[in-house]
Write a protein that binds this ligand. Structure first.
Ligand code: FAD
Ligand code: EPU
Length: 330
């Protein structure tokens, strides 16, 4: 048995049958062909909540390497190994003056997990620069390639959280990065930081630095306080439901989406339901960001789940909105 405590950012203690460090596609294929035990794939462990022991062999993705595949006038195709640390890949792109991932700076985890929930932050999503990915099908044990359409990306969604859940090991991701970066500094706090710093013509490094500053001020560092980022997704409600909601809560922050729906920040709903800063034992709702559930030390996965369910129930009772988890519960 292996202790997964060092492998999940919530800092939850749970055991797995075994843990294997996967460093190449070849090693992965050979292992799958000679092994019939169940497997569970793990990257940085920054989007999982372990509620029980994992009755499987954990495959820890450590497939590295970043290479330029080709260039056109506008984009450079770059392939990164699934086990690359996401933020190190962002730093690589910035150092090569390739745009498109700077707003996604400092998101924890690996490149290979980034398509799973189509990571997003500060006005950008992975899908904006995604070209394709390479994976190994865990059922037939053969390599597979997925185009952008096949990944069915949505808000914190993809094919790999739906029909493809648990069926593929993503070994590399290919990105179409911008050779002439298009600066995206419209997200409120980014513009403010740049203005405060006297930066009127920001480059991608300036945007990345601003994003890093905002993230450090709002989100708890998992090295100091166990967490997995936003615990729930921000709910999207129809225009009809929103019109009733906004009559009752005209002060609620909201964002109109292209399809006519309206997104309400779950952090606001949770705070208004009285949960911000509360804790039960070592399981708590963060005092600065109500959407982040935290482990103050020795919380179990089940204690975090119990807290999440109480929050869900109160938000549902007060606002009639059911929050869905973003974090993967195991
Ligand atoms: P893991 O937690 O290891 O795995 C997540 C899921 O993907 C698991 O089900 C696992 O089995 C599966 N998986 C992992 N790797 C692979 C693979 N190679 N092939 C197939 N399946 C795989 N997310 C955002 O979108 N935006 C944010 O701003 C953001 N901020 C965060 C801030 C903090 C402080 C934390 C702790 C998390 C944050 N997250 C954010 C969530 C998290 O960083 C992302 O979801 C990240 O992509 C998870 O990567 P990981 O390698 O840690 O995945
Ligand atoms: N808010 C509150 N109280 C809180 C927290 C938030 O009222 O305690 C309200 C405020 O009005 C604030 C608004 O919610 O303006 C939005 O908050 P914030 O900017 O912190 O972003 P978020 O909606 O809580 C989302 C993503 C984050 C991403 C940030 C920045 C989801 C589920 N979360 O959070 O992603 O980093 O925007 O783009 O979409 C993650 O997925 O793990 C994650 C951290």
């Amino acid at each position: 048995m292996v202790d997964l405590l060092p492998y999940n950012t919530f800092g939850i203690r749970a055991a797995a049958r075994d843990l294997l460090h996967i460093r190449s596609d070849q090693q992965l294929l050979e292992f799958l062909q000679s092994n019939c035990e169940p497997v569970f794939i793990l990257g940085g462990g920054s989007n999982i909540l372990l509620t029980r022991d994992v009755d499987a062999v954990v495959l820890h993705n450590e497939i590295k390497g970043i290479e330029v595949l080709s260039e056109s006038d506008e984009t450079t195709l770059v392939r990164a190994g699934g086990g690359e640390v996401w933020h190190e890949f962002v730093e690589w792109a910035i150092s090569h003056n390739l745009g498109g991932v700077e707003n996604l700076s400092l998101i924890p985890g690996t490149v290979g997990a980034a398509p799973i929930q189509n990571i997003g932050a500060y006005g950008a999503e992975l899908k904006d620069v995604f070209h394709s990915l390479e994976a190994v099908n865990l059922e037939d044990k053969k390599p597979a390639v997925f185009s952008k359409n096949q990944c069915e990306f949505g808000y914190r969604e993809s094919y790999f959280k739906k029909a493809g859940k648990g069926k593929f090991f993503i070994t590399s991701v290919t990105f179409a990065l911008q050779k002439i970066p298009v600066i995206n500094a419209n997200y409120g706090d980014i513009r403010k930081i740049l203005t405060d710093r006297g930066v009127s013509h920001p480059n991608i490094k300036d945007v990345s630095d601003a994003v890093i500053e905002i993230r450090r001020s709002k989100l708890p560092d998992p090295k100091l306080l166990g967490n997995a980022g936003s615990f729930f997704k921000n709910p999207e409600i129809s225009a009809e439901i929103f019109s009733v909601f906004s009559e009752k809560y005209p002060e609620a922050p909201h964002y109109h989406l292209e399809n006519g729906d309206v997104k309400i920040p779950a952090g606001w709903l949770i705070e208004q339901s009285g949960w911000k800063g509360r804790r039960f034992g070592d399981a708590g709702c963060h005092e600065k960001q109500a959407l982040v559930l935290v482990n103050y030390g020795n919380a179990t996965g089940q204690e975090i789940v119990d807290l999440a369910i109480r929050i869900q129930q109160d938000v549902k009772e007060k606002f009639g909105i059911l929050l869905s988890p973003e974090v993967n519960w195991i």
